[in-house]
Every structure is written in C-alpha cells, then in structure tokens.
Ligand binder design. Structure first.
Ligand SMILES: C[S@@+](CC[C@H](N)C(=O)[O-])C[C@H]1O[C@@H](n2cnc3c(N)ncnc32)[C@H](O)[C@@H]1O
Length: 219
C-alpha cells in the first residue's frame, strides 16, 4: 500500500513540478521520502511525534532536500503559520482529528495551498459498532490483516489495530481516531472552499481501501 501511495504522490510531483511541499502528519517519512526521489523542492514537515519527525528529517538530510520541520500537531501548526505552499499533502493523519478540527485545518490548507493531496481510507460510518454485520466484518478484516504480517505483526497490532480498530469498541476512553468515508471527506473539502476535487482508489488494504483525494486550493 505504501508503495502505491508514494507512487501516487510522485505522479503529482511530476505533473505539477511544485516548488514547495508541506507534509502534515508525515510520521517517519515512509510515504514522503520514496515519493520525493530525485524531485528537488522545498519541503516542510509537520509531525507531533519527536521520534518520528527525527526519522523523517534524517531522511530528508540524506536526500539533500532543503527542509523545515515543526514538531507540533496540525491544529497547532495552522493556528500559528501563515506561509503558502504549492502542494500540501497528508496521508492517514487527518483521520486523527475530530470533525471541528478537520474543518479548521482543511480551511487553513485551502487558503495556504495551491493543491491538496489527501490520502485516507474509505471507512463507512457506523452508528453502532456492535451491529452484528459491522462487527463480524470488522473481526474478519482484522484476522485477515494480522495474517498478512510476519515480523511486523506486533508493531501493526500496537500501532494500528489496538488504537484505531479496537479503539472503536472502548466504552471508557474517547476514540483516538475519527475515520470517515471518502464521500464525507469530499464534503468537508468542498465546505472548506476547495474546488476541482478528484478521487482515485489507490490501494486495497485489509482494513479498508485507500483513496487519493486531490483538490485545488485558493492560494
Ligand atoms: C498512520 S501515521 C501516517 C504517517 C505518514 N503520513 C505516512 O503516510 O506514513 C499517522 C501520523 O499522524 C500523526 N498525527 C497524529 N495526530 C496528529 C495531529 N493532530 N496532527 C498532525 N499529525 C498527527 C501521527 O503522529 C503519525 O505520524
């Protein structure tokens, strides 16, 4: 899946030739770094985790890319920054934001980017996670997913299956994740002011299919 997502970003860079790219929630750079390849542009990285940000920054330095980085959340970043970017991208990170924060961050992105490339899973919204149809489908997906991993199984279990998937069933802690459908992402982008919204299925993942949503900002 990550190869497909990096490939989709690489295509955007080839087509648009951006002078600047801002990656919001870049993690350890697993998507960003392979996408950059030989592309030389100014790169900004927003990532709240110090350890993950350090890995991305080290990768950018290895590639000799001119870069800036901010160890903050997307919410804190947009509250304090005014610069503009040719491309703002975010893969599997904005799902961490609640609805109000999604709106605020997307609205900033629209006003500060020529183009947004958003990558997210298409997750059907469910009223009751104990609904047997949804529940048994979820269990089957998790089982299939865990079978796909060898050495990485614990990492995926602790980093994704527990917080994102099983977190939906917690009766005591608030959700760590606010996944929505791609239809809903389209609506949110439209409401934030983006135009020319295009959606493409980029990879089939055991959890849900991943989509690239490209949209034109107003900057
Ligand atoms: C599943 S990882 C994806 C990382 C990277 N974009 C990729 O495609 O490999 C989600 C990332 O979002 C970051 N994140 C979580 N909450 C965030 C927030 N409020 N603002 C920005 N990034 C956030 C996490 O620290 C993590 O690095």
């Amino acid at each position: 899946m990550y190869e497909a997502v990096s490939g989709a970003l690489r295509e955007v860079y080839r087509r648009e030739r951006p002078g600047s790219v801002l990656d919001v929630g870049a993690g350890d750079g697993l998507t960003l770094l392979p996408a950059l390849g030989a592309q030389r542009c100014r790169v900004g990285v927003v990532e709240p985790s110090a350890a993950l940000l350090a890995e991305t920054v080290a990768g950018l330095e290895r590639l000799g890319v001119v870069h800036e980085s901010w160890q903050v959340t997307a919410q804190d970043f947009v509250a304090a920054h005014a610069g503009r970017w040719d491309v703002v991208q975010s893969s599997f990170a904005l799902q961490s934001l609640c609805e109000a924060d999604k709106r605020e961050v997307l609205s900033w992105m629209c006003g500060h980017a020529s183009r947004l490339v958003l990558v997210e899973f298409d997750v059907p919204e469910v009223v009751d996670v104990w609904d047997p149809v949804w529940f048994f489908d979820c269990v089957a997906r998790v089982e299939r997913g865990l079978r796909e991993y060898g050495a990485d199984r614990d990492l995926v279990g602790v980093g994704f299956v527990l917080p994102v998937v099983l977190g939906k069933f917690s009766a005591t802690s608030p959700p760590a994740n606010h996944e929505v459908s791609i239809v809903r992402w389209r609506e949110l982008l439209g409401e934030a002011g983006f135009g020319g919204i295009r959606v493409r299925r980029v990879a089939d993942y055991w959890w849900r299919p991943a989509y690239v949503v490209e949209a034109i900002g107003s900057s």
